[in-house]
Design a protein around this ligand. Structure first.
Ligand code: SF4
Length: 400
């Protein structure tokens, strides 16, 4: 590397702590946490999941971004794209003077040695890292340790001659970065599968139940350059985007493992299939916490707060949508009135296919009389301030 890289912050944690607290802390959330995660106001009873909101990786990435602005006040500071999937946090960084290379008119080619570039929590592709290195700018690498752990496993698979099969979203920044790691090994390959349906198709190909055309119709855009399915699916290692639904990842692992047993026999399974659980503990904790909460009692509805492009928030909404009316909202502004809510519809867990619906408006979302019991959670990129504002607004409408 010719670029100077900071991977452990800039020693300015204390200098930004106050600003971070001003921007993202919530008194109401502190109060709810101190009341065993339950809060009642008039006819509204909110039950907050015991694990929700900012994860350790996001906390660290946002902290480093703020430190960068303090440390390099005279430099141009860039982000490669969104630092995390939360529009308000990204807007706050724009307001602090950070530019986004993903915006039109910006380009890596225009960077100079005196520029500073922040790499987001979900990492960047090898290709982009090499481009940035060639420009010689200073890099603030906030890639989360849990993402680095996935990369380590993907590299190991491909160095050992296994194709990395990644359960993830092919256009998600983290999955693109993870897939690029597979290309570091000589003849390394990857295939990205979205869900159980695609895993079944992959298994059908492995077991000779479908031909190459059907395989390519689905996976043409989801595999590495020069991918030859008959050659590159003989030995596969499974990894996950860190924010996928754990239950689905486990099912997919079982399916592929069984397909390899069918195709090659149990005795040589280790020569054809490897797996390493790479969903991060923060994602897992948030999924477990909302599942536990929903098992404790009946709720009238669930509110799930987070960016619409946040994979882990969408999966929390899927868990809730299985059993009750669920509204995935970006922030408090989505609660338009006691009769109207803007939200992104949540697929149920067993609903397959692309999960790309856009925001809709629903009416009569809040029961109009009697006690209202609401389960609340938030994705790993949602700060307490946004959760607190949403609960506060919910209370206003419930008690108006
Ligand atoms: S969701 Fe997990 S992998 Fe992603 S930043 Fe948070 S802790 Fe890291």
């Amino acid at each position: 590397m010719t670029a100077t890289v900071f991977r452990k912050g800039l020693n300015l944690k204390h200098a930004v702590a106050g600003t971070l607290a001003d921007d993202y802390h919530s008194e109401l959330i502190e109060q709810i946490k101190n009341s065993d995660f339950i809060w009642q106001d008039g006819r509204l009873i909110v039950h907050l999941a015991q694990e929700f909101g900012f994860c350790y990786g996001v906390d660290r990435a946002v902290d480093y971004a703020y430190q960068t602005c303090v440390r390099f006040p005279e430099s141009r500071v860039f982000l490669t794209g969104e630092i995390i999937h939360n529009p308000k946090v990204n807007t706050r960084l724009r307001d602090a003077g950070v530019s986004f290379l993903s915006d039109s008119g910006q380009s890596v080619e225009h960077l100079t040695k005196s520029d500073v570039v922040i790499l987001p929590a979900f990492g960047v592709t090898i290709e982009l890292l090499e481009q940035l290195d060639r420009r010689g700018c200073t890099l603030i690498d906030t890639t989360c340790g849990s993402v680095l752990n996935v990369w380590k496993n993907v590299k190991r698979y491909t160095e050992d001659g296994f194709t990395a099969v990644i359960h993830g979203k092919v256009h998600h920044e983290e999955t693109r970065a993870t897939a690029s790691q597979a290309l570091l090994a000589k003849d390394g390959h990857y295939l990205v599968i979205l869900d159980r349906k695609e895993a079944e198709l992959l298994c059908d190909f492995i077991c000779d139940r479908i031909g190459i055309d059907q395989f390519e119709n689905t996976f043409r855009e989801a595999c590495s350059p020069g991918f030859v399915p008959s050659r590159d699916l003989k030995r596969v290692g499974l990894a996950n985007q860190t924010t996928m639904l754990m239950s689905e990842s486990l099912e997919i692992g079982e399916l592929i493992r069984d397909a390899m047993v069918d195709r090659y026999g149990h005795n040589v399974l280790s020569e054809h299939y490897r797996a390493f659980e790479t969903i991060c503990s923060a994602t897992q904790d948030r999924q477990d916490a909302i599942t536990t909460l929903l098992n404790t009692q009946q709720f009238d509805l669930a509110i799930v707060i987070g960016g619409y492009n946040s994979s882990n928030t969408r999966n929390l909404a899927r868990i809730c949508a299985d059993s009750l009316p669920t509204f995935h909202i970006a922030d408090a502004d989505c609660l338009v009135s006691e009769n109207e809510i803007r939200h992104r519809p949540a697929n149920k867990r067993n609903q397959e296919g692309p999960d790309n619906s856009s925001e809709v408006i629903s009416r009569n979302w809040l029961p109009s009389a009697g006690a209202v019991s609401v389960a609340v959670t938030a994705g790993a990129s949602t700060p307490d301030s946004i959760v607190g504002d949403a609960i506060s607004r919910l209370s206003t409408f419930a008690n108006s």
